[in-house]
Design a protein around this ligand. Structure first.
Ligand code: HMG
Ligand code: MG
Length: 304
């Protein structure tokens, strides 16, 4: 079942940076996107059109989208929680929008200030208008493996939201472990529920690495044939409404594993490591990526 090629979606510019307290300039965000596409990423989650009062770091969304030198074949996506977000996003010409719901009621309230049912009602016209404009629509289902407020989240709860998302015309379903508590068998159980309603190519995994389980979880998904994964360059990130959650699994680490498995991605590891070093330098710290750090150390040794 293990796929021969995989698509990695780098969510670093959005998920990676949204939680940073220090302001990151639009110019640096744009350069990060450029470095990612130069490294071979073909899907990049650039920013989010959410309330700047809720997530100040993403307030420069339109400026970042306008500054990107678009490369043919690259899909640039943005988060849109409601019609106001979509209306702001449309002039910036995203290729894909992401509606983000949750499998847990408590997280839905904290993250987007409404119930799961209300969120899906809000998403319905967003999905409809985006699709009418020829824009692909992806759904992220947060807290699919556990919730910082509710605790356990069952596969039944995940499937309920998967069905609701399918019902409003979403084309792709992302299963997100927002706080990184999932382990391989539980991840497979959640993925199975998504695969009951969406084709294999339209299901993806989004794993935060809080408990160090992300690579194992990705491998468990590969065994099911899943071929799309979100990851964040340099292991940046976290969600402002999931305290304690660390970054997404680092794109460098996932790529190192996929390279070792002989799975094609079209991504150049050295250039990706450079992109991770660049944004980590902007933030004034070392990359969190294990592979990134190891390769930078190896380079230093070779140079010395
Ligand atoms: P609300 O307060 O319920 O919204 O927030 P509202 O409709 O009552 O409006 C209140 C104010 O917000 C108004 O402004 C609106 O104009 C404004 P005011 O009159 O007070 O000046 N507003 C907006 N401004 C800009 N863009 C918009 C927008 N909508 C309303 N789209 C809302 C509801 C969803 C907006 C809010 O809760 C919000 O912005 N939440 C942000 C949530 C977020 O970005 N979380 C992080 C991303 S999700 C994530 O990281 C998880 C993921 O990675 C997967 C995973 O790991 O699980 C995807
Ligand atoms: Mg996330």
């Amino acid at each position: 079942m293990i796929p021969s090629s995989v698509t990695l979606v780098d969510v670093g510019p959005r998920d990676g940076l949204q939680n940073e307290k220090q302001p990151v300039s639009a110019a640096h965000k744009i350069e990060l996107v450029h470095r990612l596409q130069d490294a071979g990423l073909r899907e990049i989650e650039v920013t989010s059109f959410v309330s700047p009062k809720w997530v100040p770091q993403m307030a420069d969304n339109a400026e970042v989208m306008a500054g990107i030198r678009r490369r043919p074949g690259v899909r640039y996506s943005v988060l849109t929680p409601n019609l106001k977000g979509l209306e702001a996003a449309l002039p910036t010409r995203p290729d894909e929008i992401v509606v983000f719901g949750a499998a847990s009621e408590a997280f839905s309230q904290r993250n987007i200030n409404c119930s799961i049912a209300e969120s899906v009602e809000r998403f319905a016209p967003v999905v409809q208008q985006a699709r009418a404009a020829g824009i692909k629509v992806r759904a992220a289902i947060s807290c699919a493996l556990g919730c910082p407020y509710q605790g356990e989240v069952s596969a039944d709860e995940v499937e309920k939201v998967v069905v609701l998302m399918k019902g409003i015309g979403v084309e792709h379903c992302g299963i997100a472990d927002t706080i990184g508590v999932g382990t391989p068998k539980r991840v497979q159980a959640a993925m199975e529920r998504a695969l009951k309603h969406f084709p294999l190519a339209e299901v993806s995994g989004h794993f935060h690495d809080t408990y160090g389980q992300a690579l194992a979880n990705i491998y468990a998904c590969l065994e099911m044939g899943v071929q799309v994964f979100d990851a964040s360059v340099a292991g940046l990130g976290g969600c402002p409404y999931a305290k304690g959650a660390t970054g997404n699994v680092a794109t460098e680490d996932v790529l190192f594993m996929l390279n070792g498995l002989g799975i094609a991605t079209g991504i150049d590891l050295d250039k990706l490591v450079d992109a991770g070093a660049f944004i980590s330098g902007v933030l004034g710290r070392a990359p969190i990526s294990r592979a990134g750090k190891a390769l930078l150390t190896k380079r230093e040794k070779v140079a010395a």
